[in-house]
Design a protein around this ligand. Structure first.
Ligand SMILES: [Zn+2]
Length: 215
């Protein structure tokens, strides 16, 4: 997958994203810029396992700094071929004690793929937990994250769940936990160095977690 960085994670409702982009509601995530983003073509289309149809991320360009961004739907992660809900289901099963081979068989994915998710989330758990905890604090969620050193996958799973419940309460609806994780991590939940330590960056300051809602 060759979606070039930088990216902004947006909603899965194409029409809503398009309207926000056309209406100048999306802001440039570049530090100290904050200019309005406008439409700038599309990134390469590709299939994502676990999603119906193909994904063709929108590109945007900042009117102020002229930088371009890829608007990554909240249903996918940067450079991952599986939908974030599929990856999340795998991490949840793993945290519940299932071995990666069993998880892989249940999801119909290669064992090496599932092992890769688990190893990566374990290696970036500190940053993921820091970002999730930052959003939790922003939302006023009282949550004491479990120590990532003992069970990093379980710690991430637990915090993602707690955050999703808090957001659902706040929005008065439901919130897809792993889509929320994709949004607050800017699509970098499983990136080599994990997410940037700037939660809520991109789609309108500290409200980008709203993108995790929708159909
Ligand atoms: Zn800019």
């Amino acid at each position: 997958m060759h979606w070039s960085a930088p990216v902004i994670t947006v909603g899965v409702d194409r029409a809503a994203v398009e309207a926000a982009l056309q209406g100048g509601e999306l802001r440039c995530p570049v530090v100290d810029c904050g200019g309005r983003l406008g439409p700038w073509g599309w990134a390469r289309e590709r299939a994502v396992r676990g999603l119906a149809g193909r994904v063709r991320p929108r590109r945007a360009r900042c009117a102020r700094c002229r930088g371009t961004q890829v608007l990554l739907p909240a249903s996918v992660l940067l450079r991952r071929a599986d939908a974030v809900t599929v990856i999340g289901a795998g991490l949840l099963a793993r945290a519940g004690g299932a071995g990666h081979r069993r998880v892989a068989a249940e999801l119909g994915r290669p064992a090496s793929t599932v092992r890769g998710w688990v190893r990566r989330i374990a290696s970036v758990a500190d940053r993921v937990l820091a970002v999730l905890a930052g959003v939790a604090a922003e939302l006023g969620v009282e949550f004491v994250p479990p120590a990532p050193t003992s069970e990093p996958v379980a710690a991430v799973v637990e915090l993602v769940g707690a955050l999703a419940r808090a957001v659902a309460r706040r929005l008065g609806g439901s919130c897809a936990p792993w889509r929320l994780a994709a949004v607050v991590c800017g699509g970098r939940l499983l990136a080599p160095h994990g997410p940037d330590l700037a939660p809520g960056m991109g789609a309108g300051g500290n409200t980008s977690w709203l993108w995790a809602g929708g159909p």
